[in-house]
Design a protein around this ligand. Sequence first.
Ligand code: FES
Length: 353
Amino acid sequence: MFHPLEVSEVEQLTDDSVAVTFAVPPELRETYRHLPGQHLALRRTTPNGEEIRRTYSICAPATPAGQDPVLRVGIRRVDGGEFSTYALKELAVGDTVEVMEPTGRFVLAPRPGHFAAVVGGSGITPVLSMAATLLAQEPEARFCLIRSDRTASSTMFLDEVADLKDRYPDRFQLVTVLSREEQQSGLPSGRLDQERLTGLLPALLPVGDIDGWFLCGPFGLVQSAEHALRGLGVERGRIHQEIFHVDDGSAPAPAPTTGAPVHATLTATLHGRSGNWPVQEGETLLDTVLRARADAPYACKGGVCGTCRAFLVGGEVRMDRNFALEPEETEAGYVLACQSHPATAEVELDFDR
Ligand code: FES
């Protein structure tokens, strides 16, 4: 559910990124309490009446119950990206933005252990919240951050990450790899691909002893890191990932449609209310629900953010693509409504589970 929140701060991070903080009124304090790693969907209606939604990760540490949540997101401009361009050029303190409550299962709840992250570009955003929360709340925990960016000047949250290094010198390890800039002090430069990660990770860390790996960034980097870790013997259940950006050249093609179109009826439960509707040919199940229920949750409509996750109660669906759900979630019966088409005549979804 969206609420209008006032922008309380806009901070320029780099030439093409800002951090935006929203003021949370006292009555919504618990609604906007986040877990480290979660994101917010933001909604804006453009001057010509078009509604756009985007998800942005929360960079601020999670606060314990009883303290005010800090809602601060990192936004990097994407070429041609309507929302990010608006955020960088126009958004100002005092403006109101419609903000959905925090969601997402790419989270690290503080617990003792040794954790590591491989991030690229704006993929630092949720991981900054994870590392800062973990190190502040769990005195026994350690965190290693391996980050890659183009140049130092394009790197988001440089100061915040340096601050973690100063504050937790024994428990926070930082490795920065710049792809377009030579670095001093023998740090690696160039692109992080599977081969380089396979060599680099065991040199930095006891790979097999890491309790959780968090991979975040563009599709190519996340996939390279996952392959490298799997090749080094890390079990699937210890690897968590969130893809920020899928450029269609590097992503697998959608699953082909087989057989004749299924004329189906969808039953869906959403915010405690159920309904059923015919699925029109070619549309996704999210679009079917949206025709009747404007409160159906979604943001990217591209299989990336996971906001439209629903439990498949009955029937079968075919998903075009899925960059958001972990294998455990699909095995447990969750689907992305924005990518699902009916494969049986009756399909039932539950968005509340
Ligand atoms: S709306 Fe983002 S994955 Fe479906």
